[in-house]
Design a binder for this molecule. Sequence first.
Ligand code: FES
Ligand code: FES
Length: 948
Amino acid sequence: MRFARKTLHINGADRTFIYNPDKDSLADVLRRLGLTGAKIGCNKGLCGACTVILNGEPVRSCVKKMKKVDDYAEVLTVEGIGNPLNPHPIQWAFANYGAIQCGFCTPGFVVSAYALLQQNPDPTREEVRDWFQKHHNICRCTGYKQITDAVMAAAKICRGDATIEEMKRYDENDEDLYGKPVVRPYAIAKACGVVDYGDDVELKMPAETLHVALVQPKITHHAKIKKIDFSEAEDVPGLVKFVTYKDCKGTNRLDPFIPHARCTCQEATNVILCEDRIMYFGDVVALAVADTKEHAREAAAKVKVEIEELPAYLDFPSAAAKDAMRIIEDTDNVYCLQPVHKGDSWNVPKMIDEAEYSVEGSFYSSREPHLSIEGDTIQTYYDEDDTICVQCKSQGLYGNMYNVSVITGQPLEKLRMIMNPTGASFGWSMWPGDYALCVMATMATGMPCALSMTWEEHQAYSGKRCPAHTNARLAADKDGKFIATEFECGLDHGRIWDLGDDLTTRPARFMLFPYYVPNALGMCKVANTNHSFGIAYRGYGSPQIYTAGEALVDMMAEKIGMDPFEIRWRNIAREGQTNINSFPYKHYPMEDMMKVMKPIYDKAVEDAKKYDTPEKRRGVGLAWGGYNVTEGPFDACEVKVGINPDGTFTKYDTWQELGQGGDIGSLTVTYEALKPYGVKWDQIKLVQNDTGQAPDHGFSASSRSHFMNGQATKKAVDALFEARKKDDGTYMTYDEMVEAGIPTEYNGSFATEEYGNLSYLDPNTGQGDPTPSYTYGLFCAEVEVDTATGKATCIGYHSVDDVGNIGNLDAVNSQAYGGLAHTISFALTENYDDVKKHANMIGAGVDQIKDIPDNFTLHHMDHPREEGPWGSSGASEAFQSSGHMAVINAINNACGVRIYELPATKDKIKAGLDKLAAGEKITPPEKYDLGDFMAELEYCRDNPKENQ
Ligand code: FES
Ligand code: FES
């Protein structure tokens, strides 16, 4: 091997280094020099996370070969632009304008924006957007609007047209900070590139650290493993060990959550490290553990796996077919049924047949990949107490720790889970399997281990939003009022059954939410398949059924000849009217929300008419959505608050921060709880996301965190101040408490059981009231369709929401812009059905800045919630519930092409346009064969079950 020496002028200083000319990129060298602000996301030149300025031009340093960079070239990295003590206006603006969520993309954007403003100090918004599109800067969190806002604000400051003081959006001395856009605690550090994410932590691990590579054959969706041949791989220098399931000291299986009463999988059958079978394309058969990452990967690549192919079932209908083999031996592939009965349910088919108006269709909601820019990266090591520490991006540290213990056999009390700063997840990091793999490597070697998957390995390995096939019908009376609905929804949960049973309750709750439909007959069911397993994703389990419901509403309007707004106005639930589960809605903000939307919708319709041309058809679409808050009747959260010797306060929790605002959320609720006692914002410290230090907040999921943590925090603060109280009404200092032998830290717990009247859905009828609160969203999309190519572009998007009182404005705005941006790309491009075509970010349809409109408006209703802390509810998942259907409905409105099967690619739209041009009709796909709808309903009636 031969090496070279070079000097670059980096951030104003000459830096000399040795590099491998056959291998090293500019990013490799910069990161070795400690300049880890250049992040590695895709490592393929697709995402811009590694952007630096080379001789005045932005470059993606991961694909810039070091040997092609001239000696003494000028390099500017994010660290050279500013630092937390002296940030550049661009860095200040990103932090202060809500442009940072996970922050993983941020250094790349900051550097790119710096290059732009050097060349064009006074850009228009569109020029900013064009620049980021041209330079491949991708952000998966923000929906881009706040990034453009930040660059415009920074440009103004840089030109001298405004001062930072003038550009502030709130007064930090204001006591009333609830609802203000208070800056997140780590935002400036992220903007300056000095926050260590997982791969940065890995670079700084001790020299003894071993590296783990997946043996992930990616050769089949389903096969028996006949032989794994390690012989060639064993000669790779530096190889320490191959770890297989035989090395696992635990069950090597997930311990499932309490299954649904109708779940036919009751055993822990979900294998983590393959034993005798490969169950899906991304399965892992062994781990190569070596002294370097390169050696580990080289060894993994040399392993040969001999297989015997088995039939592969890659969607619900094929897995549910009568002749399909069992994927998990002890159960039929369709493993859980959740019926829905409302009103005169058994007469629903007849009602629909005889109704004045009825519509029907079959709809496919596709397999949605999360597409976080950062992939998966984990470090594990034994600490001084023989505890294995797991540094990772878990979205539920305690829940995952329990499963890691079961899977690996490492005693629970000898595990500690700690979050690294994370480059987002949106749900995939609820999965414990990857953490267990790294723990297995440390258990097998006794050494610190680091596992950093390539982006593509992670894409193949990780869970996805379950796809769903739905057959559905809707009936209305002569006035367009809904009478009845019938629906059958088959969810594909991939190779892992755990939680798929619970997932069936989501379509059963969000079909035609938040309308009033007096009669309903439905069946929601789930199957094992040989595709990627189902996992959490914002809006969990609801987009699938909105795909059917919000299409039917528009189809009904079309059939009657009624405006899509009017049909929604007539059918939204009014005070006291019940949801699909036969319980009243928790709130009735629907009329108010529609009143806010009306002028926005009317203007969009007017514009669509004005600008519609035969070449560029314009249309407008609406969709109602919403989601639950909390995990249901038995949700619980615990936090701890203590006073410090200097009179400040520390809050301890595991409100996992993945970019959604777990840090600012926790600070906000703690400040609000402490404010009545005269405590100031800067007197509060946070210790978060370390099971060794903080109690169990529960998962960062189900829009539950603000709601649950807020109430638990109030209790902890009140307990602390009750304990400190003196007879004269003043409070003891820390020293006085210690002297009096009174604890200085107090836990606060809150459980939804305290509401007393919540219930899981009945497994026989689908009736029930599982959650104390909901959020609501009404969405309007403006779309342009290019009739020559079929390409649809979303050119305007508007959201009216009710999430209760807002705790932090930018955190809610970020969830709204970010979640809705995902819905736009879910409608148009995202997919993970084809494991080869969709293997990278661009192939899988990630949204780039020009895919998301800048004409993007949010309208918060802020109706205070009696049931939540400080009038708040949750604020996340409504924004990724039904928003995609506003786009799909707008496409239909623009050009008459209804897309029944997501995503609405240009080829599908073009094929529809060609059909229309030929005088043919566009019809739904043939009704999906999902099983025997009536027979299954009768079976559930005749075999009642009780909730477990
Ligand atoms: S472009 Fe370099 S990491 Fe994605
Ligand atoms: S903030 Fe841009 S990827 Fe997370």
